[in-house]
Design a protein around this ligand. Structure first.
Ligand SMILES: NC(=O)c1ccc[n+]([C@@H]2O[C@H](COP(=O)([O-])OP(=O)(O)OC[C@H]3O[C@@H](n4cnc5c(N)ncnc54)[C@H](O)[C@@H]3O)[C@@H](O)[C@H]2O)c1
Length: 256
């Protein structure tokens, strides 16, 4: 089945890189006009150039999800959207003991309050119009605890909780809210984490082994799941976490 976003306006945060970029490209290929939002404007512009090169429609938007003023400007420029993807996020390595309060607060500001700001900016308009699809970027780390990712895993549990509550509170409004929960996906985000290990190749093998499929996913594989949730074919799906994790959360399996 070819999912279509023809004549829809979509906005994707953190779309200058990795998973967000793949979602922007896939949504444009499905017919949407995509607002490519990112704190890094040159990165957003390069995603827009990739969309245009593929014959799609997109515009760039500088948006730092931690700044209220950026949302005021963004809303003035883009008041109405049909599909919203709250994808922008950061990572952090550390346990409860090694995570400082400023590190933790930064994590919550981007990954949690940043998603909240994004939803509060565009969901009221969707609810008033009686239609819309919202996808938040969760993680396997939002469904299970993850060793040495204290602040990140905490933040993603909050994202999943926000998604479920927003879906329930607005279930009869015509607006659906869902999450994609990826396992390890090979993006600049993950490559940066790998580089922090003394033996990045060993860390790479270890990260691959947490997926039952024994490999990391690709940003494009995550984008396909986001497209389904954003499409009208998912009309009875709300409050769901769609795991795209190569079997990580399916159950116990022997680590390679
Ligand atoms: N890569 C993975 O294995 C993986 C797994 C599960 C979930 N995720 C989630 O997917 C999302 C994207 O991750 P990725 O791997 O593509 O990362 P990435 O680092 O490649 O891309 C993240 C993008 O978000 C932008 N960004 C960062 N802070 C921002 C802010 N304050 N405001 C706006 N934009 C901001 C960055 O500039 C960047 O373009 C994140 O929410 C991440 O937690 C990633």
């Amino acid at each position: 089945m070819a999912f279509s976003l023809a004549s829809k306006n979509a906005l994707v945060t953190g779309a200058g890189s990795g998973i967000g970029q793949a979602i922007a490209l896939r949504f444009a290929r499905a017919g949407a006009h995509v607002m490519v939002a990112d704190v890094n404007l040159p990165a957003a512009e390069s995603t827009v150039a990739m969309v245009h090169a593929a014959g799609g429609r997109a515009s760039s938007l500088r948006l730092d999800v931690t700044r209220d003023a950026d949302f005021t400007e963004a809303l003035a420029r883009v008041p109405e959207i049909d599909v919203l993807v709250a994808n922008a996020g950061i990572g952090h390595v550390g346990t409860l003991l090694t995570t400082s309060i400023p590190d933790f607060e930064r994590m919550l500001a981007v990954n949690v309050t940043g998603v909240l700001r994004t939803l509060k900016a565009w969901m009221p308009g969707m609810i008033a119009r009686g239609r819309g699809a919202v996808v938040v970027m969760g993680s396997t780390a939002g469904l299970e605890g993850l060793v040495d990712r204290f602040s990140y895993s905490t933040s993603k549990h909050a994202v999943v909780g926000m998604m479920r509550c927003a879906a329930l509170d607005h279930a009869t409004s015509g607006v659906r809210v869902n999450a994609v929960c990826p396992g390890r996906v090979e993006t600049p985000f993950v490559r940066a984490r790998l580089a922090e290990y003394p033996d990045p190749e060993a860390a790479r093998r270890d990260m691959s082994s947490t997926q039952a499929m024994r490999r990391m996913g690709s940003p494009e594989e995550v984008a396909e799941a986001a497209l389904f949730l954003a499409s009208d074919e998912a009309s009875f799906v709300t409050g769901a976490c769609l795991s795209v994790d190569g079997g990580w959360t399916a159950g116990m399996f022997p680590r390679a």
